[in-house]
Design a protein around this ligand. Sequence first.
Ligand SMILES: [Zn+2]
Length: 516
Amino acid sequence: MDELDRYHDLEGQSSHQGQTESTVPRKTTFLAIAVVLLVVALIGMVIAAVFAVSADGSSKTRPRNLIFVLADGTSPASYTFAREMSNFNSENPSPPLPLDQYFVGHAKTFSADHVVTDSAAGATAYSCTQLTNNEMVAVTPEGRACATLLEAAKKQGFMTGAVTNTRVTHASPASFTAHVPHRDSEQDIASQQTYNFSQSLDLLMGGGKAEFDERDDGVNFIEVLKSDGVKVIYTPDELQDLNTLPAVGLFAESHLDYEIDRMRNTPRTQPSLSEMVAKTLELFQKDGRKFILFIESGRIDQAAHANDPGAHYWEMNQYMKTAQVLEEFVGMNTETAVFFTSDHATGGISTGRRYNNDSYPEYTWFPNVVLRQTQSMAGMTLRLMKGEDLQTVYLEETGIDLENDHPEAYAELTGRTPTDNLQYKSALGFPLTSEAMIGWTTIGHTGVDINTYRMGVDISSIKGVVQNYKIGEILADTMGLVEALEEINEKYKSWTFDLTDISRGIQKMVKYHEDL
Ligand SMILES: [Zn+2]
């Protein structure tokens, strides 16, 4: 019975009962009540849609869109380092980083089986809202595929995307878009991203083209994507012109270049992370549907693995440019929440170090030394591998006279065969690192808590120090994805991997969307 029917019935009833006439005409009174009831009901529906009650009972605003940003391998000291570096040549004595004002707190990063996590378990904690073992990509410690935020989002009618400057098949983006028991199965990840594209993604951008078209199985997955109606692009110009979804951008055979190297190329052969993100937001906005977007600034980590200060800085700089693009977007799209976090810290970078064992250190470090660096240690290593002269390359790209100012390091490096591995690259970076008074403790990850930030709609229950998977849980709850995650996990109960032979589980892949 709608409100108008109710009015007629009540009108007839009251007449029969011979009630006293009100001073306000009865018909008008009932109409007014009906309108009020309707308005109250509508307001209630709007409030229910905008606010969600979380598990702890607190109500919070529900954003329409969510952008989740993972700054891979970024330690709290990376932010200090980047701030002081960008401050060095500035008129302003202490310009903040674009993210400084959005600081929330810290996240603990340990995985299910290691006190220091890797990127697979680190990203899975967020994507599957649970801890798993190192090297596992959206798979539980028991070997079962676990539903990801992007899969749940797609099921709930969100548009979804994943953008990175590493290979799209690398551990972090893979943990949101595929399921393998070991992160090294990147060809399997590419095949899942292809065959399951429509159930988890509208857009995928980054590097890693070779994982799709130079495969051991001989299948060209780029052709498979195209035959499924997905637009595939490879260059910055094609990115500029892109105006349709679904789309995949594969801008490099492997990872995109370090930003410090990418900037050297004229004309530019690859887009920057911020350019990929800006285009993604433009396309999502044009489409108009609600969306959940995963962004990874992935090479901050790799530069820190190589103990390469210049590469680390320019990756942080590009990450901050991406943050500015997002800041501008949420300024105009106020129903969007952006959450920034990291999977772990890498390299153990510090600003200030002991220069040698004989003296007490000066309380300083030298950003200007790092600012002189114009090529990554990886880029210099490749040149040395091709036979270029160490002294010449180092002087050209760092301004440091290796032979005269660092004779010990020069002797050590000339005695080694240039090799594309972290040990060589970190040794190559050591003279610059020590002149800059930058410290590194490892070529691996560290277990320190990492920074979290947020922009846009207040996701107020994320604050202080939280375990990484809790952030995933809160985001899933905030975006209304909990039930969808549970439903997909129910489907995935049969998608288990034989952990003694990681390649066999792939054949049991479950397409949960087949009977949606
Ligand atoms: Zn790493």
